[in-house]
Design a protein around this ligand. Structure first.
Ligand SMILES: N[C@@H](CCC[C@H](N)C(=O)O)C(=O)O
Length: 229
């Protein structure tokens, strides 16, 4: 069977989108994920978005999101932005008010200028300060580590072996929080610029990705709550 797929990128976070509104693909997602989301070359994806339905009259689009390991990534901010833009292009939805239903959760969104997508998030569902790191839940689970404990400069920050660190410490964070599917973000805050530089090791991808929207939101919340700015 020939399956048409589209490659999308949300800020460098890469996804495959499949239109399954005719329900032609049944329970073959694991096969597709294996073929399309391996990390062998640059075109490999970090998640799969499956279009289930677009209701043009009410500007509603419904997608499922899968991580490359086959697990359901409940919320993926960059994937959600791609889904909204994909729905607009597919069915010419009204730009001002689009409801996205992603993995059964509803988000309000709209299209801004230059094809940017705005997505409304609840503030956060859970926040915990544990030792010198922070756990934030915004639909996906994030551990935020302040890089000032690990590196001394922005160059060191980008040289830091995030994958080795994740392999060594992920289980510790999982055990402390009691949740398995955790994303790990290393955040470097530059005070006089009010900038936070971020690197994220994603659950379900088990690798560093180019960008992670819920990681960015969680980090902003963690630093704001710690009164960094
Ligand atoms: N890339 C994401 C987060 C995706 C979800 C993650 N893989 C998980 O399972 O928690 C984003 O842009 O938010």
């Amino acid at each position: 069977m020939l399956i048409e797929v589209e490659h999308w990128s949300g800020d460098g976070n890469r996804f495959i989108i499949v239109d399954n509104r005719k329900n032609e693909i049944n329970n073959q997602w694991n096969m597709l994920l294996n073929k399309l989301c391996r990390r062998n070359n640059l075109s490999d994806a970090e998640g799969l978005l499956v279009l289930l339905e677009i209701n043009k009259k009410n500007s509603i689009c419904i997608y499922d999101f899968y991580n490359p390991d086959g697990s359901i990534g409940v919320m993926c901010g960059n994937g959600a932005k791609c889904a909204v833009r994909h729905a607009v292009l597919t069915e010419n939805l009204s730009y001002n008010k689009i409801e996205l239903i992603l993995n059964d959760c509803s988000y309000k969104s709209k299209l801004l200028d230059n094809n940017r997508v705005a997505l409304e998030f609840p503030l956060y569902k859970e926040l915990r300060f544990i030792d010198d790191w922070t756990y934030v839940y915004v639909g996906s689970h994030h551990v935020i580590i302040d890089a000032c404990y690990l590196v001394k400069s922005i160059d060191d920050f980008y040289q830091f072996d995030l994958i080795k660190f994740a392999n060594e410490y992920l289980n510790l964070y999982r055990n402390k929080i009691g949740i398995n599917n955790i994303n790990l973000s290393l955040a470097y805050f530059i005070n006089d610029q009010s900038n936070i530089y971020l690197r994220t090791y994603e659950n379900g991808v088990f690798h560093e990705t180019q960008a992670c929207a819920t990681g960015a939101i969680s980090t902003a919340i963690a630093f704001w709550k710690k009164k960094y700015y």
